[in-house]
Design a protein. Structure first.
Length: 301
């Protein structure tokens, strides 16, 4: 067996251990699921951790209403295939209930507002742990997170009050009202995920592979034309062969030009690139140097 396969085995084993720690330490956990490659990888790992039993948690999707249709279709097919529970809560409903003000502008995103829906959903179901697919290599604020990351009773994160994690020992002790965000693939890189997808033959939504899409070029980024972005007279609409490295909302996720139509070709492409997936493709991370950290402190995943 090669060293490379041993390394994937090690990552897989760590993630399965974390899943089972969550099942053992918490009463009402949930797995946050978006239909993106990282949360799909989490579902695959959860199947390995708990089958032939059922998952000890539901899948939860905080739906902004600005999703790629391909990701939603894949979400529904996967949930039907594995026969697990899916809870969907819509940001649009939160906007009405809380009378929230939506962002204005060319790429009006609901990313800030989905935090309200997430915190309301945690309160509604009494979730004490939320499992997510964030990885440390994605963005510098995420690099500060522990694998068990405690949130206070207001859902807020304090980077300076994190617990040590030595010898794969995770401390899930929390006070009433607090919850823990759990990141089983925190130590994985984008390339690790794709190598694992290849090894395990994991299916992914079609938008991760090269396809034709109508886009506009904005500040060097290719953004899909959709009903949720504002087209200006100066915008030049073009059709490009693109794929997505990360799948967020259509309003804040840019595509990359690519002819990579297989997992092998994507792995070669990632190996040659010098930019992180979020650094290259997430518009919402570019508002300020601390954009992600500010959102996380307020309860964002």
């Amino acid at each position: 067996m090669s060293h490379h396969v041993d390394y994937l085995d090690q990552l897989e084993s760590e993630a399965i251990h974390i899943f089972r720690e969550v099942a053992g330490q918490f009463e009402h956990p949930a797995l946050l699921f978006s239909g993106g490659k990282d949360s799909i990888t989490l579902v695959h790992l959860a199947l390995k951790a708990f089958r032939p039993g059922k998952f000890p948690f539901p899948l939860v999707h905080i739906d902004t209403g600005h999703n790629f249709p391909e990701a939603l279709d894949f979400r529904d097919r996967l949930v039907a295939q594995i026969e697990e529970t899916l809870i969907v809560r819509k940001v649009a409903d939160t906007i009405l209930e809380r009378k929230l003000t939506e962002q204005k502008g060319k790429f009006a995103s609901r990313n800030q507002l989905q935090t309200y829906t997430l915190l309301d959903t945690i309160e509604e179901f009494g979730f004490d742990a939320c499992i997510g697919g964030a990885r440390r290599d994605e963005e510098k604020a995420r690099a500060k997170e522990r694998i068990f990351s405690v949130r206070d009773e207001f859902g807020q994160w304090e980077p300076k009050r994190q617990r040590p994690e030595l010898w794969n020992t995770y401390n899930g002790k929390i006070n009433k009202g607090e919850n823990v965000r759990v990141f089983p693939i925190s130590n994985w890189t984008e390339l690790d995920v794709w190598n694992y997808v290849r090894r395990e033959n994991i299916s992914l939504p079609s938008i991760y592979f090269s396809h034709d899409r109508t886009v506009i070029k904005h500040e060097g980024q290719l953004v899909a034309v959709s009903e949720w972005i504002r087209l200006d007279e100066t915008d030049i609409i073009v059709n490009k062969k693109v794929r997505y490295r990360t799948v967020g909302d259509m309003t804040c996720t840019a595509a990359v030009e690519s002819n990579a139509s297989s997992v092998e070709e994507i792995i070669r492409e990632i190996t040659a690139t010098k930019t992180s997936e979020r650094g290259e493709t997430r518009i919402d991370d570019k508002f300020s140097e601390a954009a992600m950290e500010d959102r996380k402190k307020n309860g964002y995943f």
